[in-house]
Design a protein around this ligand. Structure first.
Ligand SMILES: [Zn+2]
Length: 358
């Protein structure tokens, strides 16, 4: 949902965006670029960090864009004009979602030489999840997904048919994942171009999302954990049907309040901004409001996740958005059930609804 309090955030670059196939410096040695996405969320931000490894000058990339011809073509333009003739030395991926890891296989192959293997750096959890998702249908389509959405009240036969038929969602954007990787973990410190970046693991959005914090430079590559304009997608999917990701997410962003308030946040979607603490407070308040709305609705009558969609998403949703919205509604229900405020009731119609306690 669009942030109604966006004006509390400060955008140091104003409305300036990097042109397609070009980059914009946001801090010394840190360049911003954007790639298109075929969703309502139509772009992703990627970062180029000036680096040096074993005496070789070059660049570290953070995140990749999805696998498609347009993204590859833009990367080629960037290689030609924006790298000062230097190679890409490694590819860091914040998490396993297609817009972040999609082209990692191509980028790492493209830049590996006999002397230097351009390595993918990612959390082990997300590497494994990406490898699996690129080879099977998980979470976003197929029979199991359709059955899971039906259990949670999605009754529209056309939508369910489309979910059932969507068996290539992830692999279509991530046909391959590099076979080798280097593991990122919470608290690891990477030296990139002489600057120290600390890995901060975050949960709830992806299995083990890694954000990167450069304390001396006052920079946070937040990935999808903190976005200025939209709330981060946190959802339950069919492969982990009892999952309770929302408390994990809320705890993860609450922990980011330990970073300085004047940190320049480099998010994966939207524009670089200052106002990390404000944004975290906004997100925590937003979810508190959501919890209150869900509790209120369930107090009036037991609600399935599908019953909550018009309440939580006051706009028309396409299929992609509906599956995400269902996952988010289930996440809110699970969190409230986990807190002991709601209980599930299996209906005779096969639909799971949630009622308030007492
Ligand atoms: Zn993501």
């Amino acid at each position: 949902m669009a942030n109604p309090h966006e004006n509390a955030l400060h955008y140091p670059l104003g409305d300036t965006l990097p042109a397609p196939g070009a980059t914009l410096e946001v801090a010394p040695g840190v360049r911003w670029l954007r790639m298109g996405l075929p969703f309502a969320l139509d772009h992703i931000n990627l970062w180029l960090l000036r680096d040096e490894q074993d005496g070789v000058q070059g660049w570290t990339l953070v995140d990749c864009g999805i696998t498609d011809a347009a993204t590859r073509e833009l990367w080629e333009l960037i290689f030609e004009h924006e790298l000062q003739g230097l190679p890409v030395l490694r590819v860091i991926v914040t998490h396993m979602h297609p817009d972040h890891i999609g082209l990692a296989h191509w980028l790492t192959e493209r830049w590996s030489t006999a002397d230097h293997e351009c390595r993918l750096w990612i959390s082990a959890t997300d590497w494994n999840a990406a490898r699996m998702a690129s080879q099977t249908t998980t979470g976003f389509g197929g029979d199991a997904s359709a059955a899971f959405f039906a259990l949670h009240g999605l009754a529209d036969a056309d939508s369910l048919d489309k979910v059932r038929a969507r068996t290539n969602y992830y692999a279509g954007m991530v046909p391959q994942v590099p076979r080798r990787f280097r593991r990122l973990m919470d608290g690891m410190v990477l030296t990139i171009g002489g600057r120290r970046w600390t890995c901060i693991a975050g949960y709830g959005h992806a299995p083990e999302h890694i954000s990167l914090h450069a304390p001396e430079a006052g920079l946070l590559i937040s990935g999808d954990m903190v976005l200025p304009r939209i709330s981060t997608n946190v959802m339950v999917i069919d492969i982990e049907p009892e999952g309770d990701p929302l408390p994990l997410y809320l705890d993860s962003i609450a922990a980011l309040r330990a970073l300085p308030a004047d940190t320049l946040v480099l998010p994966s979607h939207g524009k670089p901004f200052v106002g990390l603490h404000e944004r975290i407070a906004q997100l925590l308040a937003h979810h508190d409001e959501r919890f209150a709305e869900v509790l209120q609705a369930c107090a009036e009558a037991p609600c399935s996740a599908a019953d909550l969609l018009p309440l939580l998403f006051k706009r028309k949703l396409d299929l992609h958005q509906t599956t995400f919205a269902m996952g988010e509604a289930i996440a809110h229900l699970h969190a409230l059930a986990g807190r002991g405020q709601l209980r599930p009731i299996a209906g005779a119609d096969g639909v799971l609804r949630y009622a308030t306690m007492g």
